[in-house]
Design a protein around this ligand. Structure first.
Ligand code: NAP
Length: 276
């Protein structure tokens, strides 16, 4: 079965519309976009479009690729202080002169819609999440929507980034899954992926996962987004793997649309808490 991420996203969008009615205020999201990266520009545009549909204020601040760390931190500091800004998002990737950790440390944890401030990461690690990185929670939403059992299941995560693999680990364990993590230095990846009841792939390498690397009937969640020519594809060899899997997410139309909704759900929640 091909997982319909767009349908899940539409359902969540309806729920968010209801939450916004109750909130009685228009949340505002400040997005910082550095340089001219076409993929980042598309991601920001997608976020902006959903914000427009939901009547969420979305302010985009474009900075040159040569921006210094001090300039960026000063802008973030201004948003931290500005009561009219509820959420702050710094679009990745960042140029080499910027220390990514310094950036996420500087975003106020109460305005950290991406859940990447170390305080929010810490809360997640101790099982008391406040703001969860949107992509990780989007993967869980898929499991929930398709009633995929996590308790006792063997989940293999390929990719251990701050955005996806790391935040997914405590979430999956909390749900009773047994989790194995793979990364660049993992030896004999196929042997490990083949044991997975559920395989989550977030690497950024087209066709990394082939049909021979999965167990028959496995559930495949492909988080990867790769531009190959004019096409967008995931990390999984979709056409061949879908014949062997029981559930699989397509790219595009799988995890991506849900991620945007999770981001805005975070924004609405932090706006509500800021109002209290
Ligand atoms: P990242 O920070 O570059 O992390 C990639 C991870 O993959 C790292 O842990 C790396 O290992 C691991 N890796 C690299 N090559 C590998 C290999 N050959 N075998 C096994 N593991 C390998 O990337 P990211 O930000 O997590 O993004 C990953 C992908 O997801 C990208 O395609 C991105 O565009 C996509 N993405 C999609 C969404 C969505 O909403 N669908 C959201 C965010 C990201 P090391 O840790 O050893 O370096």
């Amino acid at each position: 079965m091909i997982i319909d991420g767009k349908k899940i996203a539409q359902k969540i969008e309806r729920q968010l519309t209801e939450k916004l009615k109750k909130l009685k205020t228009e949340p505002s999201l400040a997005i910082i976009l550095i340089g001219k990266n076409s993929a980042s520009e598309i991601y920001v545009q997608e976020k902006q479009e959903v914000c427009q549909r939901l009547n969420i204020k979305c302010l985009i601040f474009k900075l040159p690729i040569s921006v210094t760390q001090n300039q960026l931190l000063a802008l973030i500091d201004g948003f931290n202080e500005d009561k009219k800004v509820n959420g702050i998002l710094v679009q990745l990737p960042l140029p080499d002169q910027i220390n990514i950790n310094a950036v996420f440390c500087s975003i106020s944890p109460e305005k950290d819609v991406d859940g990447l401030n170390p305080l929010n990461i810490g809360f997640l690690e101790i099982g008391q999440p406040f703001i969860i990185p949107p992509t990780a929670v989007a993967v869980l939403e898929i499991m929930k929507s398709y009633k995929i059992k996590l308790k006792g299941s063997k989940v293999v995560l390929v990719g251990y980034s701050n955005l996806v693999g790391k935040p997914l680990l405590p979430l999956l364990i909390e749900q009773g899954a047994t989790v194995t993590i793979c990364h660049k230095k993992t030896k004999n990846l196929a042997k490990i992926t083949k044991e997975a009841d559920i395989l989550v792939v977030a690497v950024g390498k087209p066709n990394l996962i082939k049909a021979a690397m999965i167990k028959k009937g496995a559930i495949i969640i492909d988080v990867g987004i790769n531009r190959v020519g004019k096409k967008i594809i995931g990390d999984v060899d979709f056409e061949k793997v879908k014949k062997k899997a029981s559930f699989i997410t397509p790219v595009p139309g799988g995890v991506g649309p849900i991620t945007v909704m999770m981001l805005l759900r975070n924004l609405i929640e932090i706006t509500r808490l800021q109002k209290e």
